[in-house]
Design a protein around this ligand. Structure first.
Ligand code: PMP
Length: 449
């Protein structure tokens, strides 16, 4: 059958895999199909994905059975369900399986049921969402917090609610898609500054102010970049914004809770609590739930978001159970247990990075919950991801559009509850898979379709 996975023996079949065409091409080639038939013009993309799937190098849409634990059972990618060491889930402090978090969720599920049944503005709020706003505001030193049903919605909603067509957005070139798509939807005056480059940002700010003293400028960056594990100089970025009458938005999806004193993230670690114009984040990495937020110290921003951020106004709110889950995670994050979990998480990240470096591997960025392991080549990242899944190590192979073309890498997301033994075993398997993948035969490119 056409869609049956082809049995694969990694000991012998890398040549055949390269010859199959499944290691060639990239999503960018299929981004804008032409022709009038919206239903069928995506067929070449679908064929290419099916080819990759048949050869076991389509690691997307796999199924996780049970909780996102360090040892997890995963199905898909041409494999029957199997258990392995999991670096592909986002649960940095291992709170998704914490008994107090599960208890809080169960209690509120029994009390309120599973559904919010309205957008925040139309009776979708609960006692728990109110308490969550309050508690998040306290952690971030922000008086006003607006909740969103997803982190994606918070990013897109914040940018589109605040910026309009005659304003400008200056955005870090590697900012998350939710922020970039928000910027593109809000204004045509969008420029990317080189990743983390404050000199370039200053140049662009000066260029705008030389011709336009009236328009608003939103500068967008992240606390911890999720594919690169690096962070901007926030005091300098905020200073530049003040100097040029711009407003700074920082997305703390990956660092809040998991890093910084008391879980205050990179903003706390850089001494900027309460001093960043707008803070935006997601609960989905550390706080065991879908959801997102925007926090600031201006009441008028809160009002603007309530009424003009589409994903807040026109989408159902977080359920009471989700709000209670995040609230309980925040309680743990801010206490002694949070300190212990952050220390465990950082120990795991440092150990994995050190072991990989001993093996001659190149990890990007700085120690954080994210360990990006560079391959550069799309074909190598596909082969490495496939070999690892077969050996019981689950990672996310990242290629375009998650990262720029030619910037492929394996992204490992650490958890506080990974054990040293798991880290050691994974490091060996990771290094040998990446070495084999980089030595593997070059892909043969076949025309798609
Ligand atoms: N911002 C960043 C930096 C992210 O990495 C993500 C998720 N990958 C989001 C926003 C969106 O968050 P969510 O998945 O919770 O909607």
């Amino acid at each position: 059958m056409l869609n049956e996975p082809i049995p694969f023996d990694p000991a012998h079949d890398l040549d055949a895999l390269a010859a199959s065409g499944a290691l060639g091409g990239n999503v960018a080639l299929f981004r804008q199909p032409r022709g009038p038939d919206l239903l069928r013009r995506g067929a070449p993309l679908d064929d290419w994905c099916a080819l990759r799937m048949r050869h076991g190098v389509w690691p997307y849409g796999r199924i996780l059975e049970g909780p996102p634990a360090p040892l997890a059972t995963v199905e898909g990618d041409g494999l029957a369900a199997q258990q392995g060491i999991n670096f592909a889930s986002q649960d940095y402090l291992s709170l998704a399986g914490h008994p107090d978090v599960i208890d809080a969720a169960m209690r509120v599920l029994a009390e309120c049921g599973p559904h919010s049944a309205g957008s925040a503005i139309l009776l979708g709020n609960s006692r728990y969402s109110g308490a969550l706003e309050h508690s998040l505001g306290a952690l971030l030193h922000c008086q006003h917090v607006v909740l969103f049903p997803t982190g994606w919605g918070a990013a897109f909603g914040a940018v589109t609610a605040l910026v309009h067509g005659s304003d400008y957005v200056l955005i870090d070139a590697l900012a998350h898609a939710s922020l970039r798509q928000g910027a593109a939807a809000a204004s045509r005056n969008v420029s990317a500054f080189r990743h983390l480059d404050c000199d370039h940002l200053r140049e662009l700010l000066a260029g705008i102010r030389a011709v336009d003293a009236e328009a608003a400028i939103l500068v967008v960056t992240e606390g911890l970049f999720s594919m690169d594990a690096d962070s901007p100089d926030l005091p300098l970025t905020q200073y530049l914004c003040r100097e040029y009458g711009a407003t700074l938005l920082v997305d703390v999806a990956h660092d809040l809770g998991a890093m910084g004193p008391g879980g205050s993230g990179v903003i706390g670690a850089q001494g900027m609590l309460g001093k960043i114009d707008i803070v935006m984040g997601a609960f989905s990495k550390t706080f065991a739930s879908n959801g997102g937020f925007v926090a600031c110290n201006e009441r008028s921003v809160r009002r603007q978001l309530q009424l003009f951020a589409g994903p807040h106004m026109f989408s159902n709110a977080l359920s009471p159970m989700q709000a209670a889950t995040v609230l309980e995670c925040l309680r743990i994050v801010g206490g002694n247990e949070g300190d212990v979990l952050r220390a465990d998480l950082m120990r795991n990240a440092l150990e994995l990075r050190a072991l990989l470096q001993e093996e001659g591997m190149r990890c990007l960025g700085a120690p954080s919950p994210i360990v990006p392991l560079w391959t550069g080549s799309e074909s190598a990242v596909r082969v490495a991801g496939m070999l690892l899944a077969r050996e019981g190590v689950f990672v996310n192979p990242m290629e375009f559009p998650g990262v720029p073309l030619g910037g492929a890498r394996l992204r490992l997301q650490m958890m506080a509850r990974h054990t040293p033994a798991q880290t050691r075993r994974a490091a060996k398997l990771l290094a040998s898979a990446v070495r084999r993948a980089l030595d593997a035969p070059r892909p043969v490119l076949r025309p798609a379709g």
